[in-house]
Design a protein around this ligand. Sequence first.
Ligand SMILES: [Zn+2]
Length: 190
Amino acid sequence: MNETFELRFWEKVDKRGPDDCWQWIGAVDWAGYGLINSGGRGKILRAHRASVILDGRDPSGKSVCHSCDNRSCVNPRHLFVGSHKDNMADMAIKGRHGTKTKPERIVRGESHYWHRHPDRIKRGTDSPYFKLSQHDLQRLFFGDLVGVPVKDAAKELNISRATLSGIRTKVKNGTIKVDPVVSDQRSEDV
Ligand SMILES: [Zn+2]
């Protein structure tokens, strides 16, 4: 991260008091997270990750989570570095999955879809929930399949349209996480 990047970053932040949310006023992605071009190589970084890196912390291989639950906030005081598991646990505590207000939504054990259809789990993917790899997901949400009609995208990924819309829903509500396109190795040397 060089000075130019840092300047460009802060230009897009509505900086308030130390404990307030600092809203990202630049581009956001499909999920509401701020995005910033890391320069040079045309790589896109999520703004809250960039904020943590500018704050001198190292989120390599970890999730950067919001304690304020505001996805477009980039106040480093509201951001903590944790594992994907921490992030999910944090969201569950805050009820972002709807589990707090609607406990019947928690699917357990034998009744879970994948327990009834174990043949549908493609082994070796990053998530146990479904059939797409992170690479497929990145294509779908950041890459060449953005804006492609459901029918065609589903065909391209060799899944049904219903599965594809299910995945979109899960990504929106945070059940399935799509990693940022930029790997941590790359984001470190911007
Ligand atoms: Zn905040």
